[in-house]
Design a protein around this ligand. Sequence first.
Ligand SMILES: C[S@@+](CC[C@H](N)C(=O)[O-])C[C@H]1O[C@@H](n2cnc3c(N)ncnc32)[C@H](O)[C@@H]1O
Length: 267
Amino acid sequence: MDRDHAWKSEWDRRAQFCENDLLFDRGLETNSGIVHTYYNKQLLNFIGSERSMRILDVGCGTGDSIELIKKTNGSAINIFGLDYCDGAIYRCNSKLEVSLFENVNLFIGSADNLMFKDCSFDRVICISVLQYLSDSDCDHALYELLRVTQRGKYIYITIHNSFSPFWFVHKIVHCLYIGKLLRKLRILGEDTCPKENIRSYLWYLQRITSNGGKIVDISSFNILPKYAPQRIIPPLLRLEILLRRIPVISHLVQNIGAVSTIVVMRE
Ligand SMILES: C[S@@+](CC[C@H](N)C(=O)[O-])C[C@H]1O[C@@H](n2cnc3c(N)ncnc32)[C@H](O)[C@@H]1O
């Protein structure tokens, strides 16, 4: 089985077995409050306060972002959620139905072949999805995200950034089989997934530009090994958020976080 199919099966498996949506979307048992708030604020700043917009969430998972935007911006916003995992769409539908949100449309489909017409949306978001696509599929997906966005409007992409010391450390740890030992000692969690396609933010910048997008903002976060012991991650992330309030530090760590957010304008 190639990696892309392995990932699709993994999402289908998770949709069936994960006890809660957070575990499906983020692989977490509970949200670390301050970090969640940080990401939500960043997303809502991107969406802005216009009351009437068409928004597409590609790889929407169980619909956390859709729920957040709907609760904040109200019923006039038209949101379209798409995911290739029907179990995710099922969960998303159940979650959103409870809140009786209007103007939400959900679709099963793949990021690299969107069924929407050119220039259909004011905002497109694609959070933590592209690392599950191969280089060529990711390139197609970037083309598609740009194609369906109106000219002069914006796309919000979060990616895993290999230009981060900690993905580097992570690779070394795994190559040296220290990972195996740490898992045996239960210091690291089970590594059941096929490896993600971790590319550098520079790779994305180059592909976005060649597909007709203009990068208007980039920031990165999470200067931590992804597989650090779960207990120490939340306090360290809190510390990172606090330290980022100091401009020099914020500037220094701008592009070396494990997770990068790229805001793109379609030209
Ligand atoms: C880590 S979850 C993120 C979910 C959501 N965006 C969030 O931030 O909570 C990744 C989601 O991307 C979806 N996905 C992965 N590859 C995809 C593809 N090629 N097309 C559409 N959805 C995809 C998965 O099914 C999964 O729901």
